[in-house]
Design a protein around this ligand. Structure first.
Ligand SMILES: Cc1cc2nc3c(=O)[nH]c(=O)nc-3n(C[C@H](O)[C@H](O)[C@H](O)COP(=O)(O)OP(=O)(O)OC[C@H]3O[C@@H](n4cnc5c(N)ncnc54)[C@H](O)[C@@H]3O)c2cc1C
Length: 321
């Protein structure tokens, strides 16, 4: 079985969700190939050559300097055909969620988004993904000859293994049409140097209980002590206290960190939809009946303004040892 993994780039580097998708591909079993699509694919091809894949397929076109869904989907589908891929994996990032279904249509493939687990018995692949805002898990068997899946970030370890021999590089000439480039999607970028919640291993998130943006230093200090990214509830983003790039939940980002600390967040179902697959959840809330406690592994009933400075000091001490 040939499996093709799309390698997404940010600031010249292959993104972590793509490296995780390579691990997911190896766990599925089969021959794993990678697809690099961009204006200047060469630098990314060099990085891709260090990965545990058999072939790196590269499609370059100067017009891809800005991300275009249609053009990238066309390129990915054409590469999948050249690679004889039965399975195409894309990390379920913002771009991945946009790209994967478009590529699936071009390949007349069944598509399962945001996969959290696979089973494969002799090519019979069953993919599990959350539905109803994370309230239920659905197992889906795709019966089309080609299958496309997007894989939820942070659930597979990023692939670090190198191939036994250097992967072959195959340049693919894609039959782009001018209309492919008629629309571009520009990603909202985070401030320089900030960790992206979608990729972070530890997230410290604040909600309306923090009372205002002027108190966010408390969240940022704890995040810094942990080496974590900062997240936010939608109430906070709607109020303009934090940027949308930090929003966790149904209409924000889906995260699965090792540790998620929710502070002053009530735990509305739409928030839980984005973070309930976190490995360990810590909730700090002054209301002992807050719904967030029903999914928290550790709960602290208390006033965030008293708890946070003390907790930050303790974490700093622990991490300095
Ligand atoms: C279609 C739709 C999509 C949505 N998408 C999202 C989404 O993507 N993400 C999301 O988060 N929400 C989303 N929402 C909104 C969601 O329903 C909630 O309104 C929102 O999550 C509430 O945010 P919050 O928990 O910060 O605020 P609140 O619900 O107001 O909770 C504040 C919490 O802070 C606690 N608190 C107050 N003071 C303190 C203190 N001093 N110390 C400790 N705790 C304190 C309170 O006890 C309370 O539990 C969506 C809603 C809809 C309808």
């Amino acid at each position: 079985m040939n499996i093709l993994v799309y390698l997404e780039e940010r600031n010249g580097r292959i993104r972590k969700p793509s490296l995780e998708a390579i691990s997911a591909a190896h766990a599925l079993g089969g021959t794993v190939h990678a697809a690099v699509i961009g204006a200047e694919a060469n630098a990314l091809v060099e990085q891709a050559k260090t990965l545990n894949v058999q072939t790196v397929f590269a499609a370059s076109d100067a017009r891809l300097a800005k991300y275009s869904s249609r053009a990238t989907a066309r390129a990915l589908a054409e590469i999948a055909k050249q690679a004889n891929a039965e399975v195409v994996l894309v990390g379920a990032t913002g771009r991945g969620k946009d790209l994967a279904p478009r590529a699936a249509i071009r390949l007349e493939a069944g598509y399962v988004p945001d996969v959290t687990a696979f089973t494969n018995s002799n090519g019979d692949i069953v993919a599990t993904h959350p539905v109803y805002a994370g309230k239920a898990q659905m197992s889906v068997r795709v019966t089309t000859p080609v299958k496309v899946f997007s894989t939820r970030p942070n659930l597979w370890k990023p692939s670090k293994d190198a191939a036994a021999s250097t992967p072959a590089v195959q340049n693919v000439s894609v039959s782009f049409q001018d209309t492919d480039f008629s629309e571009h999607t520009t990603a909202l970028t985070l401030s320089q140097g900030k960790l992206d919640v979608a990729e972070a291993d530890i997230i410290v998130s604040g909600g309306r209980g923090m009372r205002g943006p002027e108190h966010w230093t408390l969240i940022e200090n704890l995040a810094e002590a942990f080496g974590a990214a900062t997240g936010a509830s939608r109430a906070v983003v709607d109020a303009g206290w934090r940027p949308h790039a930090e929003q966790v939940g149904q209409t924000g980002k889906t995260v699965s960190p090792t540790l998620y600390v929710a502070i002053g967040i009530s735990g509305a179902v739409q928030h839980l939809a984005g973070m309930s697959s976190s490995k360990t959840i810590v909730a700090i809330n002054k209301d002992e009946n807050a719904p967030i406690f029903s999914i928290a592994d550790y709960g602290l009933v208390g006033d965030a303004f008293e708890v946070l400075p003390a907790l930050t000091e303790e974490i700093k001490k622990l991490r300095s040892h």
